[in-house]
Design a protein around this ligand. Structure first.
Ligand SMILES: *Cc1c(COP(=O)(O)O)cnc(C)c1O
Length: 392
């Protein structure tokens, strides 16, 4: 008898095929990634690390790990190749949030101070939200964006001098501009703080050379593998070699048990893909498409946070339209267009309502959308917003 689960999966597949997917953190993985994640590797327990990886580590705790050792070594090598780096890498984090938890634990004590970008300005939950472990375990301070929506590096520098944080964190979930890692690294060096970059959203752009690289500047770099990197859901931590032991033990035994070797296999396939020239071409198209769609909204008279985009996403600021982000998200759902409501800097509406929406081009570019397709979608979204306004 066929499991009911596969009927449900078929429905989701149909939804994914028929909708225009504009959620900036989503993508469509290759058949090879799917096959790797659905493989027999899910059966294997392999707590620990291949002995060759970090000097002095105790190896795996179970027998029968020869094959997964080979897999994990290969996965690490391929990710280093994808980012042209000799940093140490840990491929075991189950998610981006787990990667951040372990990264903090590897270099901080509870109560230490982290200076990061607040959720309301485009940061992530794990960057110190009071409802998240990060906000509960650490003393958080936040840098802001200026009145145009750009990171205010001068204000960040002042704050850093005042607070002397143990860690300065760069990276965001809803920031459409280049992040100047060199500037932040200099601030961190001046105040004696560790510098960490969470490149979850822009990692694909870093790999393709479409965003400045944090390698060589940051002490620790975390990322997800499922956003612009187009791999399975999961996380990675890169670090300078001197932090390798601390990072590895913060993942296991610090915060996780057995690694998900089937997901690590999917990550390895994604890394192979990210090393190919076609992948860089794909990312260039994502960025080009994003500019085209953003420009179309600007031409139609919409307000965009920072007035444009340098990457794979942008934020429509709907404040002047009187329509909430939630209303637009819900109505677009009924029209087969999927995106998410998002606060804009200085938003007066709650995170449940919001005055903006976030739009990303990574997923539909995978599906083959061109600039013309994205411009057409911009007009479909405009039509829905006009209807909502007419009904006010
Ligand atoms: C998506 C994201 C994460 C967390 O990823 P999960 O895999 O959902 O835990 C962490 N940091 C940033 C900046 C993100 O955008």
């Amino acid at each position: 008898m066929r499991s009911r689960v596969f009927e449900i999966i078929d429905k989701e597949q149909e939804r994914q095929q028929n909708n225009v997917e504009l959620i900036a953190s989503e993508n469509f993985v290759s058949e090879d990634v799917l096959r790797a994640v659905g493989s027999c590797l899910t059966n294997k327990y392999s707590e620990g690390y291949p002995t060759t990886r970090t000097s002095g580590n105790k190896g795996r705790y179970y027998g029968g790990c020869e094959v997964v050792n080979e897999l994990e070594e290969y996965c690490c090598d391929m990710w280093r190749q994808a980012f042209h780096t000799d940093y140490h890498v840990n491929v075991q984090p189950h998610s981006g949030s787990n990667a951040n938890l372990a990264a903090y634990m590897s270099i901080l004590q509870p109560g230490d101070t982290i200076l990061s970008m607040s959720l309301s300005n485009g940061g992530h939950l794990t960057h110190g939200s009071p409802v998240n472990f990060s906000g509960k375990l650490y003393r958080m301070a936040f840098y802001d964006v200026d009145e145009h929506g750009f990171i205010d590096y001068d204000a960040m520098e002042k704050l850093a001098r005042q607070l002397r944080p143990q860690l300065i964190l760069a990276g965001a979930s809803a920031y459409s501009r280049v992040i100047h890692f060199d500037r932040i690294a200099a601030i961190a060096a001046e105040v004696g703080a560790y510098f960490m970059v969470d490149m979850a959203h822009i990692a694909g752009l870093v790999a393709a050379g479409d965003h400045p690289s944090p390698f060589g500047l940051a002490d620790i770099i975390t990322t997800t593998t499922h956003k612009t990197l187009r791999g399975p859901r999961g996380g990675l931590i890169f670090c300078k070699p001197e932090l390798a032991k601390k990072v590895d033990s913060a993942i296991f035994p610090g915060t996780q048990g057995g690694p998900l070797e089937h997901v690590i296999a999917g990550k390895a396939v994604a890394a192979e893909e990210a090393c190919r020239p076609e992948y860089a071409e794909y990312i260039h198209a994502v960025v080009r498409n994003c500019k085209a769609m953003c420009d179309e909204f600007l031409h139609m008279g919409y307000k965009v946070v920072t007035g444009g985009t340098d990457n794979h996403l942008f934020l429509l600021d709907l404040t002047d339209t009187g329509i909430t982000g939630k209303a637009v998200q819900d109505e677009l759902d009924r029209h087969g267009i999927t995106l998410n409501k998002n606060c804009v800097p200085g938003d007066t509406r709650s995170p449940q309502q919001t005055s903006g929406v976030r739009i990303g081009t990574a997923a539909m570019t995978t599906r083959g959308y061109t600039e013309a397709d994205f411009r057409a979608v911009a007009h479909r979204i405009d039509a829905v917003i006009q209807e909502l306004r007419a009904a006010l």
